[in-house]
Structure formats: structure tokens, C-alpha cells
Write a protein that binds this ligand. Structure first.
Ligand code: KIV
Length: 272
């Protein structure tokens, strides 16, 4: 456990709201597999997001759109098995909830039953209100996601900062209030001006988790491959790298290749 995590109790949606109330920041990070999820949980993470960014960092796609429900269930199941303390939230993938609230419900129910995750995340505001309400009505906790919503990249046409204009900022504020009102337990705000994110965080009682949304949010989320320096081809201004695993791995694998080629590995102690 990291030194910041004295409280060993299981993190719940309720406890995240309590954290906001006492001004304790919430740490959230993505994971997609058992081994990394276990390490991240043991380090004391509050929330682990099985993001559909798996599409980019695990499957090598350009966008998150190709991800299927079966693939997200597979990743979520693997993560859940490695986690004891963190709350595990899973993205419902593109095309499994937007246009039809009954489909949204059946996607979320399948996700909860088969993966044993504890909550789902859904991208969008008023346009998907009915779908979110239907999922909530089944007792499934929902985390909202506003601002830059990568599943709508073909509508935006760019990954640039969202809600810089007044009209979009006002819609984002009203969507965030709506998500709180219908019963979402938290909302992710992605790549929006810091001032706007701070304003939203001060106006709603549920936690606001930011990514590229400044320090006024109630918590922060990053994609694990980006912050650990595994994926070095992605360097937005908001990203802080905490390690350079690409270099560590390159060096380690290079040494292994050299040892195999020279016959140094295995030595006498490394064989039966
Ligand atoms: O899929 C993902 O990793 C996400 C985070 C970037 C918030 O949605």
C-alpha cells in the first residue's frame, strides 16, 4: 500500500462521495489485465477504470470505437480478479447503450453479471439521459463522462480541448447537474478548461474526476500506459509521466536477447 492509503476498507461509490465532502482527492487509473490491476490496487488506488482506451493501448486501434461488449467484459473480468480494495468501474463501449435504453440496460446487466465489476461509465449528457436512467433503475451505479468524449470523435473531428465556447460550457454545466440529479455517483470531465471543471466541481455534490481538466476537480484519472511511459507516442500537455517503462523494458529485453545469443543464459544454476 502507498503511504497515502491508510484506509484499507473497500472503496464504494458512497465512500467516494464522502471523500469529496471532506476534500480528499480521488486517485483513479486505468487497467486492463489481472497483473497490472493487482499492482495498481496494492499501491492504494481508489478507483480502477477498465477504460475502452483498451482499444488504443491494448488492441492498437486508432480510436475507442471498435471495442465490443465481449472484449470489455474480458478485460473487466481479468481486472476484477486482481483487485481487493479499489472500486472497479468499466466503460460501456460505443454502440452498446447510446440509442436504445433497453439495449443500454442489457449491456450493463451483462457487464455486471459476467465481469463482477462494480459500476459502469457512460459517455454523454442529455442525449443519453434515458439510457443512463434505465441502467440506474436496475441498481447499477453509473459514472458519467462529459467534455471530450472519445466515442464521439467522429462528430468532434479532433481531440482538441472542448467547451471553450460559452454555449458548449453552459451545456456541459447543465449536463453535469442533470447527471447528479438522476443519480450518477461521479462524473469524468475530459480535456476542458480548468476554470470550467472547477466551477462544475463546486456546483455539484458528486465527485468530478478530471483528465486534462486542471486541479480544481475532486480527483484525477490517467491512462496507465501513458503515465508509466509505456506508450511514448502520446504526449498531451496534461500528461505527467511517472516512469519510463518503455526504456526499462527495451533495456531488459535487449539484455535477454544478448544473453540468449551469447549463450550466457541459462547458466548452470538456471537449469535442472
Ligand atoms: O477509456 C478511458 O481510459 C477513459 C479515461 C481516459 C477517462 O475513459
Amino acid at each position: 500500500m502507498s503511504t497515502y492509503t491508510e484506509d484499507q476498507r473497500k472503496v464504494t461509490t458512497h465512500r467516494l462521495i464522502e471523500m469529496k465532502q471532506r476534500g480528499e482527492k480521488i486517485a483513479m487509473l486505468t487497467a486492463y489485465d489481472f497483473s497490472m490491476a493487482k499492482l495498481i490496487d496494492e499501491a492504494g488506488m481508489d478507483v480502477i477504470l477498465v477504460g475502452d482506451s483498451a482499444s488504443n493501448v491494448m488492441a492498437g486501434n486508432m480510436t475507442t470505437l471498435p471495442m465490443t461488449l465481449d472484449q470489455m467484459i474480458y478485460h473487466a473480468k481479468s481486472v476484477v480478479k486482481g483487485v481487493k480494495r479499489a472500486l472497479v468501474v468499466v466503460d460501456l463501449p460505443f454502440g452498446t447503450y447510446q440509442g436504445n435504453s433497453m439495449e443500454a440496460l442489457s449491456s450493463a446487466v451483462r457487464m455486471m453479471k459476467e465481469s463482477h465489476a462494480e459500476a459502469v461509465k457512460m459517455e454523454g449528457g442529455s442525449e443519453i439521459r434515458e439510457s443512463i436512467e434505465r441502467v440506474l433503475s436496475a441498481g447499477i451505479p453509473v459514472m458519467g463522462h462529459l467534455g471530450l468524449t472519445p466515442q464521439s470523435i467522429n462528430k468532434f473531428g479532433t481531440y482538441a480541448v472542448r467547451a471553450k465556447e460559452e454555449a458548449e460550457a453552459q451545456k456541459l454545466i447543465s449536463d453535469a447537474k442533470m447527471l447528479e440529479e438522476i443519480g450518477c455517483f461521479a462524473v469524468v470531465l475530459e480535456k476542458i478548461p480548468a476554470k470550467l471543471a472547477a466551477e462544475v466541481a463546486s456546483q455539484i455534490s458528486i465527485p468530478v474526476i478530471g483528465i486534462g481538466a486542471g486541479g480544481g476537480a475532486d480527483g484525477q484519472v490517467l491512462v496507465m500506459h501513458d503515465m508509466l511511459g509505456i506508450n511514448k507516442g502520446f504526449s498531451p500537455r496534461f500528461l505527467r509521466r511517472y516512469a519510463d517503462l518503455a526504456s526499462v523494458i527495451n533495456e531488459a529485453v535487449g539484455s535477454y536477447i544478448e544473453d540468449v545469443k551469447t549463450g550466457d543464459f541459462p547458466n548452470e544454476k538456471e537449469q535442472y
